[in-house]
Design a protein around this ligand. Structure first.
Ligand SMILES: *Cc1c(COP(=O)(O)O)cnc(C)c1O
Length: 359
């Protein structure tokens, strides 16, 4: 067996140590005589797993008891509906910042429920930048402001937190846990697990408790944050195995020194790849320097006729999933926490050799 370097945007690489532990515990978890997959979500064993996962997440984020931690279903996409349903009424209006593919999806879904005011968009710049807040046109009657701190496809990231009077909502799917962030500045933060947190199937939602209990009457119970909080995320059967694996990833992160330690590694990884791209005429990255993502780095080759050959040779070299999203083309390397610095070094060497042979 040989594992490759996997630069997938999601579902993405998981730490090998986590996969090994899961493998060792697959048939018999902790002497229980069964797999986590076979346990009742109401059992003492599984309850212990869920409680420890939440406690570990709270330690990593330094999260106060003012916030509920919810383990939900349906991915970030389901939260595109849950946000307006839980937070949008009675105002019936909300502000959204449009910085790319995922903001656009959130806007389209919210528009099914309420009046959406797009406070700013970078569509004219092909989503290669983030409009500064002084250019935004905020609506005084908005129930909340929604933004996407890291656009997984376009590779643009906010390195600042918007200052607004209304609750701030963030889709942090591809950035949560990549570096320290003060969650207390946000009303609601949500994230699909399969980028940087665990496997697909689990969605994390962090909500300030003051914002619970405002849901529109027709909100499905499973999308209702208060019902979810009141039932410790077990209103129905949660994605138990995904939650268990997420707990292992959180423990792995904590053992590595937490978010400050991982940020240092993540910055080194991203900086060296951007430097290589900038220094080499053969590659380019379109994103404005002040908002280049630490996690998702899109790049193009000087001649897109070479894309197929690049991907085939990368694959042969054990470098997987470098193809860019179909909406933008080119390449993209996702450098989540589980991607080692060595993996990035191997990628950079490969890119240099490829450019030298074609350039
Ligand atoms: C991946 C992603 C989504 C969609 O996640 P699903 O789990 O497929 O619903 C939404 N927003 C961002 C920023 C993402 O990276």
């Amino acid at each position: 067996m040989s594992r490759c370097y996997n630069f997938s945007p999601g579902p993405a690489a998981l730490p090998e140590a986590v996969l090994r532990q899961a493998s060792a515990e697959l048939l018999d978890w902790g002497g229980s005589g069964m797999s986590v997959m076979e346990m009742s979500h109401r059992s003492a064993e599984f309850n212990g797993i869920a409680v420890e996962a939440e406690a570990c997440l709270r330690r990593l984020l330094d999260l106060s008891a003012d916030y509920a931690v919810l383990f939900m279903h349906g991915g970030a996409t389901t939260q595109f509906s849950a946000v307006p349903l839980n937070l949008g009424f009675p105002a019936g209006q909300a502000d959204y910042v449009n910085t790319g593919h995922w903001s656009s999806k959130a806007i389209a879904e919210a528009g099914r429920y309420l009046e959406v005011n797009v406070v700013a968009t970078s569509v004219e710049e092909n989503f290669s930048t983030i409009p500064p807040q002084k250019t935004w046109s905020l609506n005084d009657n908005a129930a909340y402001l929604h933004h996407t701190p890291n656009e997984t496809i376009g590779g643009v990231e906010f390195f600042w937190v918007p200052e607004v009077e209304v609750p701030l909502v963030a889709d942090m799917s591809s950035t949560l846990l990549s570096r320290p962030v003060d969650i207390h500045r946000f009303g609601v933060v949500y994230a699909s697990a399969q980028k940087n947190i665990g496997p697909a199937g689990l969605t994390l939602v962090l909500v300030h408790r003051e914002l619970l209990g405002r849901a529109a009457a027709a909100t499905p119970s499973l999308l209702n944050w208060k019902i979810t909080a009141d039932h410790q995320s077990m209103f129905n059967t949660p994605p138990t195995y995904a939650l268990y694996l997420t707990g292992l990833v959180l423990a792995w992160l904590e053992a590595r020194g937490g978010l400050e330690a991982i940020e240092a590694v993540n910055r080194r990884k991203a900086e060296k790849l951007y430097r290589m791209i900038d220094d080499c005429d053969f590659y380019s990255n379109p994103v404005a320097e002040h908002c280049r993502s630490l996690m998702n780095i899109p790049f193009t080759l000087a001649d897109d006729a070479l894309d197929k050959i690049f991907l085939a040779q990368a694959r042969e070299a054990g470098l997987l999933n470098l193809k860019g999203h179909r909406s933008v083309g080119g390449m993209r390397a996702s450098l989540y926490n589980a991607i080692s610095e060595q993996a990035v070094d191997v990628l950079i060497d490969f890119m240099r050799d490829f450019a030298a042979s074609r350039g």
